[in-house]
Design a protein around this ligand. Structure first.
Ligand code: SAM
Ligand code: SF4
Length: 330
């Protein structure tokens, strides 16, 4: 019997992003307006027991990689206890976390003890003033301390640093990120700005493409591309002298939908089959109404079968989803 989760386009699902909260302690321009967002009521947020139950079902259906995200996952109370519950699931091979790093120094040890395998830290600039400009928080030093705290655990590798380069991002930023990648051996990845910002201000002119950032880097350090891993979001390059690596996540200029194997579970229990889905499938309702695993599996399989062929950013008639990045789970 085939247990794997397949969509109508021949893609097999292997990766689940789980948002544990839509709340955040930062207000990055490309994600949230300064005043924040209308938060989801606490009673609507899945409990850790509910998340564990759903993740167990997904893993039984072939999901091997789970990433915890948000909003800011570390603002949710006792996150390590969720990590421990998920790390104990047989068949789950890779349990990772994406964070803005602000609370990481205090939580790194607990997360590692609970069984986190990998951590990505988002840092948009390594210059204090620019970091403040982008995130609206004067917190670069604290985030870097968080990054170092998690890097102190050699088992947590690779460590990735995500940056969304916005207009104004320049040679100075590029140089600093190259240094970080080369000297500290963190994989720095540049993500193109997508129309998922809470302020609804996205314009294609504001997207600094991966190719543009790559050209800036190559003026200083030549790069050599690595073969693409199946289902990868990033094109990964190593510095031609072998000292470290850099990645480019180019969803706008070079969509990678063709072999997308990802699903997303929002903090309020909706299954999304694409970042840009206009339709989502409620799992929390059936779960709280007493559905058994077989019923939940049927709902999941139906939703996955209808997974979107591709996103249509910037095509005529494109409509962004009602939920924006922080409420979806990036
Ligand atoms: N708060 C955590 C963080 O910032 O890492 C986790 C959630 S955040 C939504 C996940 C990733 O999405 C971050 O790397 C962030 O930079 C990225 N992101 C947020 N809004 C985006 C947008 N409009 N376009 C591209 N990436 C975005
Ligand atoms: Fe918060 Fe992450 Fe969004 Fe920044 S990108 S506002 S840290 S959720």
């Amino acid at each position: 019997m085939n247990v794997s989760l397949e969509d109508a386009h021949g893609r097999t699902i292997g990766d689940l992003r789980v948002s544990v909260t839509d709340r955040c302690n930062f207000r990055c321009h490309y994600c949230m307006p300064a005043e924040g967002m209308p938060w989801i009521d606490r009673g609507e947020i899945l409990t850790y027991a509910e998340i564990e139950r759903l993740v167990r079902i997904f893993v039984a259906l072939g999901v091997a990689d789970v990433r915890l995200t948000g909003g800011e996952p570390l603002v949710r109370r006792e996150l390590p206890s969720l990590v421990a519950r998920l790390a104990a699931i047989d068949g789950l091979e890779d349990l990772s976390l994406t964070t803005n790093g602000y609370l990481l120094a205090g939580q790194a040890e607990g997360l590692v003890a609970a069984g986190i395998d990998r951590v990505n830290v988002s840092i948009d600039s390594l210059a204090r003033a620019r970091f403040f400009e982008v995130t609206r928080r004067d917190a670069l030093d604290r985030v870097l301390a968080g990054l170092e705290a998690i890097a102190a655990f050699p088992a947590v590798r690779p460590i990735k640093v995500n940056a969304v380069p916005m207009p104004g991002f320049g040679e100075d930023d590029v140089l600093r990120f190259c240094e970080l990648a080369r000297e500290r051996r963190f994989q720095v990845r540049f993500i193109e700005f997508m129309p998922l910002d809470g302020g609804r201000a996205w314009r294609s002119e504001d997207v600094l493409s991966g190719a543009e950032v790559q050209a800036m880097i190559e003026r200083i350090h030549p790069l050599r591309e690595r073969p693409r891993e199946p289902h990868a979001t990033a094109r990964v390059f190593e510095f031609a002298d072998g000292e470290g690596e850099i990645g480019f996540i180019n969803p706008v200029s070079e969509p990678f939908c063709a072999d997308c194997n990802r699903l997303r579970l929002t903090a309020d229990g909706k299954l999304r089959t694409c970042l840009f889905s206009l339709h989502e499938t409620d799992l929390r309702g059936p779960l709280r109404d007493g559905a058994d695993d077989a019923e939940l599996e049927r709902i999941i399989r139906d939703a996955v079968w209808r997974k979107e062929l591709k996103h249509r950013i910037d095509e005529p008639g494109f409509r962004p989803p009602a939920r924006t990045m922080s409420a979806i789970g990036g």
